[in-house]
Ligand binder design. Structure first.
Ligand SMILES: *Cc1c(COP(=O)(O)O)cnc(C)c1O
Length: 229
């Protein structure tokens, strides 16, 4: 794993970067308004290295254990790589998560927020925290229901003392995602929250038009996943 003097290119990554900029500009936003989180879950380090070599530095993983197996090694070569947790987090893994991740997009309940606050205090590490909102009210998905969002945010901030970097949602698979993105943006705006983690390979352009600050794009960069989702 040696870094070449000339930055190498990665076709799909380049295409997505270009598209992100142009969609942002078309929406009247700055070309660099949107952070691309390259979702490398299920992909081995050999698939991730070319994306790092092409200059991408922010990655998403959905399992603490898997991230632990891949990223300490990758960070030896790419110390400025950032890794974001985008999947569900059990409270008994909160300690590892605070130690390992630069951002956690899946803070979905008060109990987890409390445990994270304790770990942040104990470790002196401050990953960016995004609160997950279940905009589609789907029973199988995590996150606060939309009507509970303001209370969840207030508890995390005022009672638990967390800084909230943003909100996150995963719209229902077979629905127009736009109303979900708008709902998340409304909740963020009325609570003066800046970050909006929304949009995946199929809908990141729509998410950007609706205000996304972070898009989580996996298969469009790395290809089809054959392992767990
Ligand atoms: C897997 C995953 C993504 C990326 O999905 P793609 O469709 O491959 O872009 C984004 N967000 C979350 C929460 C995920 O689990």
């Amino acid at each position: 794993m040696s870094t070449t003097p000339d930055p190498s290119t990665h076709g799909p990554l380049e295409a997505i970067r270009t598209r992100i900029k142009s969609v942002a500009v078309d929406a009247g936003r700055a070309p660099d308004a949107v952070t691309l989180v390259a979702v490398s879950k299920t992909f081995p380090v050999e698939a991730i290295v070319p994306v790092l070599e092409a200059g991408q530095r922010i990655f998403g993983e959905n399992r603490v254990q898997e991230a632990h197996e891949k990223w300490p090694t990758l960070r030896e070569t790419f110390p400025d790589a950032h890794v974001h947790l985008i999947g569900p987090l059990q409270t008994n893994k909160a300690k590892d998560a605070v130690a390992l991740f630069d951002a956690i997009h899946s803070v979905d309940r008060i109990k987890l927020a409390r445990v994270l606050a304790r770990e942040i205090e104990a470790q002196g590490r401050h990953p960016d925290l995004f609160l997950q909102i279940n905009t589609g009210r789907e029973p199988q998905k995590s996150g606060a229901l939309p009507e509970d969002a303001d209370g969840f945010i207030a508890t995390c901030r005022d009672e638990i003392g967390l800084h909230i970097a943003g909100l996150m949602c995963i719209p229902p698979a077979n629905e127009d995602p736009a109303p979900h993105f708008d709902l998340l943006a409304d909740i963020a705006q009325r609570n003066a929250i800046e970050g909006l983690s929304m949009g995946m390979s199929a809908d990141y352009h729509t998410a950007i038009a609706h205000g996304a600050t972070h898009v989580r794009v996996g298969s469009a960069i790395f290809g089809i996943r054959t392992q767990h989702p």
